[in-house]
Ligand binder design. Structure first.
Ligand code: HEM
Length: 450
């Protein structure tokens, strides 16, 4: 339950640094637009559909990604799609769009299923009733999917070392430090910066080697390899307007961007979906029934046939959106939903608040995947549900993530009964993404599974 009253400034700053989610008091879930005066910026919280449309679509040019968010999200990814602005962004977005078009995403269904099967095999070996940290296991499976879909030749060095370096990287970025909140310039050293630099150096070294090896291979083959992975698609991608390919730095930054933007987010979607299923025997049974039936069919079109599983993922993304808040900085003054916005104001659109807003949802806190089934789905307002954002900067990997989460969830729920360990206190924590505080589960082997 959110606190009834707004936090005082004295409590707000440490709470923002510890877990920003705990700053949302009850009124935010009732009011469409609210203004706050914070020490680092005038802030406008926007949870009204038409006002969201104005910020993210109709007047999007006036609302750039804010410097705080970019500093937190983009260390090491500065030349990638998530961080670039203006013309550079336009060129990259056009060039990268085909990598995430339906045809390429569909071709990744097989590696997604393979990664899920590898995890299921590992869990089976652990034995009936073994206890696993489901959040960590989901992070592992999404990283495996990215490794298989970006670097189908493997990642060169030791996968475990690569994974540990990824975790170290995510352990450092994404904390809103007090220095950031107070607006300290980027050259002021932040805690953990040296460790982050070492991790980035390791990554960049491994990725440089892989890119170089692939470029040589592509030159030698000189024709399209069947079932291209994301790296080949990226090295071949051309801006449709100019016919130019990307520079090496941009290729590298975008590989890092896909790894960072695509792995924790999807892992959290899977972790929260699994958690919510442990709370609902009825939906678990429906997913198991669907999975047993559909996994026997061809892998082509599998995610499209897993309708119930997909509704569970959609509902998990509503209750626990991995990107819990989207923020922008107003360039010029504006008026949104009758509220005056000063130049330089920080605009926050929080999917976490929007998705549980009392004006927009019936029984907002109740887990009910049927909201996303058939006729019900068309009743959801266009700007009431934004786990992937909207407008020009909407998530480029949305179909990839949804397909992956649906296939992996179905494959695991088909084979295992998941039970949350008694005494586990599952609580959402907002770092870069919205993750569960802990998620230890016992995994029972299902005897009836295919
Ligand atoms: C459930 C999983 C995911 C969620 C919830 C998610 C959410 C989001 C959101 C909300 C944004 C917009 C941020 C803003 O407007 O400020 C975004 C952008 C982005 N996402 Fe995702 N994402 C997910 C998975 C992925 C995957 C799998 C990839 C790539 C492999 C990816 C790559 C990106 C990139 C590159 C952008 C920046 C797009 C641009 O600025 O043009 N995401 N994502």
């Amino acid at each position: 339950m959110p606190p009834d009253k707004r936090l005082s400034l004295l409590r707000l700053l440490p709470t923002l640094a510890k877990n920003p989610l705990e700053c949302w008091s009850a009124e935010f879930f009732r009011e469409p637009v609210l203004k706050l005066r914070l020490p680092f910026a005038d802030t406008v919280l926007v949870h009204e559909p038409q006002a969201i449309r104005r910020v993210l679509l109709d007047n999007a040019a006036n609302y750039r990604k804010d410097p705080l968010q970019r500093r937190i999200l983009s260390s090491g990814l500065a030349d990638g799609l998530l961080s670039v602005e203006g013309l550079r962004w336009e060129v990259q977005r056009r060039t990268l769009a085909p990598l995430f078009a339906k045809r390429s995403v569909s071709s990744f269904a097989r590696p997604m299923l393979d990664a899920a099967t590898a995890l299921a095999t590992k869990w089976t070996k652990l034995g009936d009733g073994a206890v696993v940290d489901v959040a960590a296991e989901m992070t592992l499976v999404t990283l495996t999917v990215l490794a298989l879909t970006i670097f189908s030749d493997g990642i060169g060095e030791d996968f475990d070392q690569f994974r540990q370096a990824m975790n170290a990287y995510f352990g450092v970025i994404g904390r809103i430090g007090v220095l950031d909140l107070l607006g300290a310039p980027p050259w002021v050293p932040r805690p953990g910066q040296a460790r982050l630099r070492r991790t980035m150096d390791y990554f960049e070294g491994v990725i440089d080697q892989i890119i170089e090896a692939r470029r040589r291979k592509l030159l030698a083959v000189r024709r399209d390899i069947e079932n291209d992975d994301l790296l080949s698609l990226l090295l071949r991608a051309l801006d449709p307007s100019t016919g130019r390919s990307m520079g090496l730095n941009e290729v590298k930054s975008n590989i890092l961007t896909f790894l960072s933007a695509g792995h924790e987010t999807t892992a959290n979607a899977l972790a929260w979906s699994s958690f919510l299923l442990t709370q609902s025997p009825r939906w678990t049974a429906l997913v198991q029934e669907e999975a047993a039936r559909e996994l026997q069919g061809p892998v082509e079109g599998l995610a499209d046939r897993l309708v119930v599983t997909r509704a569970v993922v959609d509902e998990a993304l509503r209750l626990y959106p991995p990107i819990a808040a989207i923020s922008r900085m107003a360039d010029q003054g504006d008026v949104i939903a009758g509220v005056r916005v000063k130049p330089g104001s920080l605009i926050v659109i929080a999917p976490y608040v929007l998705h549980r807003h009392q004006r927009l949802w019936h029984l907002p806190d109740v887990f009910d995947p049927s909201r996303f089934l058939e006729t019900q789905k068309s009743k959801i307002g266009r700007y009431a549900y934004l786990p992937f954002g909207t407008g020009p900067r909407t998530c480029i990997g949305a179909s990839f993530a949804l397909q992956e989460a649906t296939i992996v969830l179905a494959a695991l729920i088909n084979k295992f009964d998941l039970q949350i360990l008694p005494g586990t206190n599952v609580w959402p924590i907002q770092r870069v993404t919205l993750r569960p505080s802990e998620l230890k589960m016992s995994i029972g082997l299902r005897r009836t599974s295919s």
